[in-house]
Design a binder for this molecule. Structure first.
Ligand code: 3PG
Ligand code: MG
Length: 396
């Protein structure tokens, strides 16, 4: 994994047309407005760098999963407005990806000007990495800068195909993400504590397996903890459970024991009699969840133990909420872990959309050392896989 990528600083972008692949896949609210601008703000340093040098900047991104056809609610037009505001410059928008209209707009762009193309995934050639589509996209510019860390695990035309056709550089976001996350795989200061939550074990097994050899302590919360509790022989009532993963989890726990790694599972759980914000709830020992009840948060004893592990660490990686934090009655566990991550002296890296949303909800987003803009991408990187979007960028 090349950690030192050739960055935009090495590009001679002055006066040239630069295609910048961003990840503007932002959450939208019910009225179609940008609900969270983290990814827009994260793109600014690279864009400013290019604009200050008089580059002609052509931004492109995907939004949602329209699957190769036009879906109006996934238009990037609202993002152009938000980007313009954050950038303090006008951002022109063209309702075309790589056709004649886009080509015309790109050709007419002046130095220091910004153009945003329509959603890449309106074109079937994007996800297919179709050579003709990649060629048309590349023809819009003279240089390519990839700053879409969140999409670096996708071998799509705008990530891989274009990088093969133009001189390619990493933007500051892509380079910074790869550096911060790679640090976790390269002997970070111990104790190294990884806190994993979220609903599905199946999404996290590969990353758990790769992190296990590097961490001192694994901390498991969220919906996925019930498959762990089941693997330890506990009944989990109506809690989320992936029965087909129990054996794999048992294997992971056995490996942890052989390798002398500590695994912290919940000792108490907040259970509810329905999956509803206003359900009846109580705190019970993790070994005693009855039928008719489901765990929706870790309990207070567990949250305190998890927070202590985080506070005593030198390196912390956190991915995935501890419970249904969007509902106030089940937010306490995630909040306590978030506060511990925010206040520990450790080097802290937080990955994944939900953990980022939780930090934002608690007003703690700027209190961690690295808040990743990539969910799937950060996990795949920590699984030890080479991301296609990283592999195509030359090293520094
Ligand atoms: C993300 O939100 O994780 C990235 O933008 C990638 O989106 P995708 O999972 O639809 O490829
Ligand atoms: Mg710190």
């Amino acid at each position: 994994m090349p950690v030192e990528l050739r960055t935009v600083e090495a590009s001679r972008a002055e006066g040239r047309r630069v295609l910048v692949r961003d990840d503007f896949n932002v959450p939208l609210d019910d009225s179609g407005r940008v609900a969270d601008d983290l990814r827009v703000r994260a793109a600014l340093p690279t864009l400013r760098h290019l604009l200050e040098r008089g580059a002609k900047v052509i931004c492109c991104s995907h939004l949602g999963r329209p699957k190769g056809r036009r879906v109006d609610r996934y238009s990037l037009e609202p993002v152009a407005a938000v980007l313009g505001e954050r950038l303090g410059r006008e951002v022109a928008f063209v309702d075309d990806v790589a056709g004649e209209e886009a080509a015309g707009a790109a050709a007419g762009l002046g130095p220091g000007r910004v153009l945003l193309l329509q959603n890449l995934r309106f074109e079937p050639g994007e996800e297919a990495n179709d050579p003709a589509f990649a060629g048309r996209l590349a023809a819009l510019a003279e240089l390519y800068v990839d700053d879409a860390f969140g999409a670096a695990h996708r071998a799509h035309a705008s990530v891989v195909g274009v990088a093969e056709r133009l001189p390619a550089y990493a933007g500051f976001l892509l380079a910074g993400e790869v550096k911060a996350l790679s640090r976790l795989l390269e002997g970070p200061p111990s104790p190294f504590v990884a806190v994993l939550g979220g609903s599905k074990v199946s999404d996290k097994l590969a990353v758990l397996s790769n992190l296990l050899q590097r961490v001192d302590t694994l901390v498991i919360g969220g919906g996925m903890c019930f498959t762990f509790l089941a693997a330890r022989g506990h009944g989990v009532g109506d809690s989320l459970l992936e029965p087909e993963q129990v054996d794999a989890v048992r294997g992971l726990l056995a490996r942890a024991e052989r390798e002398g790694k500590r695994v912290l599972l919940p000792s108490d759980v907040v259970v509810a009699d329905a999956f509803a914000e206003d359900a009846e709830r109580r705190t019970v020992p993790a070994s005693g969840i009855e039928q008719g009840w489901r765990g929706l948060d870790i309990g207070p004893e567990t949250a305190a133990a998890f927070a202590t592990a985080v506070r005593d660490a030198k390196t912390v990686f956190w991915n995935g909420p501890m419970g249904v934090f969007e509902w106030a009655p089940f937010a306490a566990g995630t909040r306590e872990v978030a506060e511990a991550v925010a206040s520990t002296g450790a080097y802290t890296v937080v990955g994944g959309g939900d953990s980022a949303a939780a930090l934002a909800q608690f007003g703690l987003a700027d209190k961690v050392d690295h808040l990743s803009t990539g969910g799937g991408a950060s996990l795949e990187l920590l699984e030890g896989r080479t991301l296609p979007g990283v592999a195509v960028i030359p090293s520094a």
